[in-house]
Design a protein around this ligand. Structure first.
Ligand code: NAG
Ligand code: NAG
Ligand code: NAG
Ligand code: NAG
Length: 479
């Protein structure tokens, strides 16, 4: 029951994020109405919310927004590293979304949210390792990274956050992720030998300070006080981590089609359009300009940081505006999954990273590599398609500091017998993936065979394109 609720929650988050992502990444077309409700209102709403478990939950935009914020609390658990007795953990690959960040856009003519991006261990939310992290990062000039990354700050440091900067909340979220993974993978399963070196780790980040810093925070609590000489961080220029296999014309085609779907859903929503008009009046700019400023991104930041929405002499942006835009995002995410265009986009977008994941697992299983831990520090536009491609259509849009984990396991007696587990934000979603939905857990194999995952990535994921490989699927026109 708990797992189920959580999943719905995730779903909702997914929706929210999708909307956000859409607005941010694709079209920048979500106009935000002015909100002026304060947090208290949001809170009381949240409390009223206990939904009867039997009914399909009514999607509550405020509840979803909280899930998206991922405000650190002590109840967070995960079932990473859980397996039948005597199975051996061979490798772990983690993809994260960066933690809480300052908005990427400002609402015109309003005060930006006052958030301090310096790290202060005595300020909430904090983490027992925050001070040590800060001190270790200041010594990191010997850290080895691709040159684009070595030019970035290793921790956030502006007393007035810059656009897109990771906040202390964002750092704490990843310190917690790392600690959780340490408890299970390092302490319980000794995934890394005590004398681990750079050959045991693979780390990749996009070229934004918030992804680099998020990755470093996770790494720090996973391996406290790590030797800077033993890590190497690679730069990934592509936000979908397609490395050298990015040429895929059909992927672009599906993305454009998805953007058209998104646009037409928006213009059909008259409540949404009216909300943007109202907000634009409050702010005193043309509606078009307000919409282009993607106000939901900024409002979510207010929301997550318990800062009241901006006001002008003409009034305040309120929770009612926020709710309309957020609800639209959630509806957009729902339609997105129903129409399948985004699914096709996602399959093509994520094949390269999934192929890499499978290849790394194979090499380890065959003893050709010792790279037992891989970390990819990424964005919502990386994580969301990965969820979709895996068939996790119920999963929520990636919240701040979301994590997807792939584990490779070996059976006790038969070394050739390999299994995979997939986890999203600590929840085991293996049997919701399209490649293991049909696998019966009651069969002689309690885990999902690695072969299923491999077949999916190497071939089956292209079946929907009437194709058997990436190159062909990327070029085959759908009529
Ligand atoms: C803590 O976080 C979890 C998962 O993010 C959430 O389900 C739970 O409601 C939160 N608890 C509190 C007290 O906020
Ligand atoms: C949010 O802010 C209000 C007043 O601005 C305050 O009363 C409340 O305690 C704050 N909530 C949290 C969780 O910090
Ligand atoms: C998939 O991985 C294999 C190595 O196992 C590699 O040879 C191939 O080029 C990769 N394909 C793509 C599309 O990345
Ligand atoms: C695949 O083939 C089927 C039947 O031949 C056809 O209906 C479908 O449109 C094709 N799909 C693509 C993506 O080409």
């Amino acid at each position: 029951m708990v797992a189920q609720n959580r999943f719905f929650f995730l779903l909702a988050v997914a929706a929210v994020l999708a909307i956000l992502s859409l607005s941010l990444q694709f079209l920048h077309l979500i106009p935000t109405p002015p909100l002026r409700e304060d947090r208290q209102n949001a809170k009381s709403r949240k409390r009223i919310m206990p939904v009867p478990h039997t009914e399909p939950p009514v999607i509550d935009p405020v509840y979803e927004a909280y899930a998206y914020c991922n405000i650190p609390n002590n109840t967070e658990r995960g079932v990473e590293g859980h397996s039948p007795p005597d199975y051996k953990l061979l490798s772990v690959q983690v993809m994260i979304r960066h933690g809480d960040r300052y908005p990427l856009y400002a609402i015109p003519k309003t005060k930006k949210p006052a958030i301090d991006c310096t790290l202060v261990p005595s300020r909430k939310p904090s983490h027992p390792q925050l001070a040590a992290f800060l001190s270790h990062m200041s010594k990191g000039s010997k850290g080895r990274m691709d040159s684009i990354l070595s030019g970035l700050p290793r921790f956030p440091s502006h007393s007035v956050c810059e656009m897109g900067e990771l906040t202390q909340t964002g750092v704490v979220q990843h310190l917690r992720n790392g600690q959780l993974l340490r408890d299970t993978y390092i302490k319980k399963h000794t995934l890394l030998p005590d004398s681990w070196t750079s050959k045991h780790l693979y780390i990749e980040s996009t070229g934004k300070s918030r992804t680099l810093q998020s990755g470093l925070a996770l790494l720090y609590s996973l391996l406290p006080g790590f030797d800077w000489q033993k890590i190497y961080i690679r730069h990934q220029w592509s936000s979908i981590f397609c490395s050298s296999s990015c040429d895929c014309p059909m992927r672009n085609h599906y993305l454009e089609e998805e953007q058209r779907r998104q646009y037409s859903l928006r213009v059909k929503n008259s409540l949404l359009e009216q909300t943007y008009v109202d907000m634009a009046k409050i702010v005193g700019v043309p509606t078009r300009q307000l919409r282009a400023s993607n106000p939901i991104d900024s409002l979510l930041c207010h929301f997550c940081h318990n800062i009241s929405f901006p006001c002008t002499q003409k009034g305040c942006i309120g929770l009612e505006h926020f709710n309309v835009i957020k609800s639209h995002q959630l509806g957009d995410e729902k339609e997105r999954h129903e129409t399948k265009v985004y699914y096709r986009y996602s399959l093509l977008a994520t094949h390269p990273i999934l192929n890499q994941t499978v290849t790394r697992m194979q090499r380890i299983a065959e003893g050709r590599s010792e790279e037992v831990f891989a970390l990819f520090s990424a964005h919502d536009v990386t994580v969301a398609p990965l969820l979709a491609a895996l068939g996790l259509s119920e999963a929520r849009f990636p919240r701040f500091a979301a994590r997807i984990v792939f584990e490779l396991w070996q059976a006790p007696k038969d070394k050739k017998s390999l299994f995979v587990r997939v986890l999203y934000n600590g929840e085991d979603v293996t049997f919701q993936t399209s490649f293991c939905q049909k696998h019966s857990r009651r069969s002689s194999q309690p885990l999902c065979p690695f072969q299923n995952f491999m077949n999916f990535v190497k071939k089956d994921m292209f079946a929907i394109f009437n194709s058997t490989n990436y190159y062909d699927a990327c070029r085959r026109r759908a009529f």
